[in-house]
Write a protein of this length. Structure first.
Ligand code: PHE
Length: 496
């Protein structure tokens, strides 16, 4: 309707000099006219020129006084003509702001005598403020000198009004031709395709967002890490068992049965089935022996090792449980045939009975790598870690002596974080102890170097997420999963 009005009007008139007046005269919303003019201008049906006008409008406070009267007049009227009224009593009749303004203006105008008792000094007053505000509200002009006091009292404010003056354009027609968007069978049959004007393709139009699945940031980072491991010739270990026996999770790793990590405060034990069905018995015997009285140059822990404790099922607390199974299998293979060096890795879920906070979850992912070969030393471990972490974009590394029951020596890994400007702990590593490897059946000169870290840590650094619960778990916003970018490890600095 707005478009029709504009085009028809221009048929018999030279111009629409002011789109605002035009809208008012035709009873059409000005915004609608503006939209139509913009579109018609785009297709050169009309030529439009901007007009800007500044007008005074009432502020909320101004509107209130326009309706209720100015505070000074309200105050004046509340003072009884025949005599005084105490300030306290008068104050009760007003809201504090109105009372304050009313007093000061009425005092300035010399309308009332101020003091403990207030009394009228004049008989009659006019509400000029209210009248001026009403004039402005109704779009009537007011004198320049009247504007300033209202502006100073913040009862009015300047508003810029934008509109157009409109003339015919080079493509003017009294009606817009609808461009065809499709060539139909009917067009062909009727032959009217010859007269049709087709809408041009808009190659820069944005398509609707693709409705498809989206990979979680953890999955994306995991995939890239897998590629790094594969490039370093590591084989993936089968991690498809969340439930593990205490034996593979702890005992095989020379973790004593009284170790605090084996407490139910730190570990989720499984109730059904609560114990494992089978373990390799001769190996279990050797593990029992090494715990109780050592061997291979060790004194052991000198305590009575209990089979019941080893049988307890749990949700694995680290992926090193898988490493111990894999190394045991490798040692059996070595016993039967010959020893083959191996590089293994895994990235999967682990569980810890921990209080959840910004940096801890009871369920998270571990990345683990290990190399099993003859004659490996600590420098091999440092070399592999340097290689691995520099592929992740972390090339400044530092190591700190640490303790794990199953590694000796052990090192915590720190990386310099350029963004945080400090060293941050990124992982843990070490050389598996003979007390772990020898009962498995490995020859004396076979060593294993290994390291582990969480998948969440580098992912949070890469994606700039500072609360782990925003990344993983039931509180994760699906929008984040949909919109997160692809963060390239190693290419973009993982530290920054
Ligand atoms: N299992 C260790 C952890 O849970 C990580 C680790 C793996 C340490 C391999 C040393 C060697 O933190």
């Amino acid at each position: 309707m707005a478009e029709e009005a504009v085009l028809r009007y221009l048929q018999n008139h030279n111009e629409i000099s002011d789109s605002g007046h035009f809208a008012a005269e035709h009873g059409i919303d000005h915004n609608e006219i503006v939209n139509v003019v913009k579109s018609l201008h785009g297709f050169r049906y009309v030529e439009a020129q901007d007009i800007k006008k500044e007008t005074w409008v009432l502020t909320d406070e101004g509107k209130r006084y326009a309706a209720e009267g100015s505070p000074e007049v309200q105050l004046f009227l509340a003072v009884p003509p025949e005599g005084g009224i105490s300030k306290d009593e008068l104050q009760k009749k007003f809201d504090p702001a109105v009372f304050k303004i009313g007093c000061s203006q009425a005092g300035k105008n010399k309308w009332v005598e101020m003091g403990k008792q207030l009394s009228r000094k004049v008989q009659h007053v006019e509400d000029k403020v209210k009248d001026l505000l009403l004039q402005i509200q109704n779009g009537q002009g007011v004198e320049k000198d009247d504007i300033n006091p209202l502006k100073a009292r913040k009862l009015i404010a300047l508003q810029t009004w934008k509109g157009y003056s409109v003339k015919k354009g080079p493509n003017y027609a009294p009606e817009r031709k609808k461009a065809a968007t499709d060539l139909t069978r009917e067009n062909l049959q009727r032959g009217d395709w010859k007269d049709l004007e087709f809408k041009e393709y808009n190659f820069s139009a944005k398509g609707p967002p693709a409705e498809c699945g989206h990979l979680h940031p953890l999955n994306k980072v995991k995939e890239r890490l897998k590629n790094i491991f594969r490039m370093m010739k590591f084989e993936e270990m089968p991690t498809n068992r969340f439930v593990e026996s205490s034996f593979w999770n702890f005992d095989a790793l020379f973790q004593p049965q009284q170790h605090p990590a084996r407490d139910s405060h730190d570990t989720f034990f499984v109730q059904v089935p609560s114990t494992t069905k089978q373990l390799p018995e001769d190996y279990v015997e050797r593990v029992k022996h090494v715990h109780e009285s050592g061997g291979y140059g060790s004194r052991g822990y000198c305590y009575e090792w209990k089979r019941d404790e080893a049988n307890k099922n749990l949700l694995r607390t680290h992926t090193t449980a898988i490493s111990s199974r894999m190394l045991y299998a490798l040692a059996q293979h070595a016993k039967e045939q010959t020893f083959t060096p191996k590089r293994y890795f895994s990235i999967d879920r682990v569980f810890r009975n921990e209080a959840v906070d910004r940096t801890h979850l009871a369920e998270f992912h571990q990345i683990e790598g290990l190399v099993c070969d003859r004659g490996l030393t600590l420098s091999h471990l440092i070399g592999v870690l340097d290689d691995f972490f520099s592929r992740l974009g972390m090339s400044k590394l530092r190591f700190k002596p640490a303790y794990n029951p199953y590694t000796e020596p052990s090192m915590e890994i720190f990386s310099y974080h350029e963004g945080f400007g400090k060293w941050v702990e990124i992982g843990n590593s070490g050389m598996f102890r003979p007390e772990m490897l020898r009962p498995m059946g490995f020859p004396e000169d076979v060593n294993v170097i290994a390291w582990g870290l969480s998948l969440e840590r580098p992912t949070m650094i890469l994606y700039g997420i500072d609360n782990i619960r925003d990344l993983f778990g039931h509180k994760v916003d699906l929008g984040l999963i949909k919109k997160n970018p692809l963060c390239l490890i190693g290419i973009q600095d993982a530290d920054g």
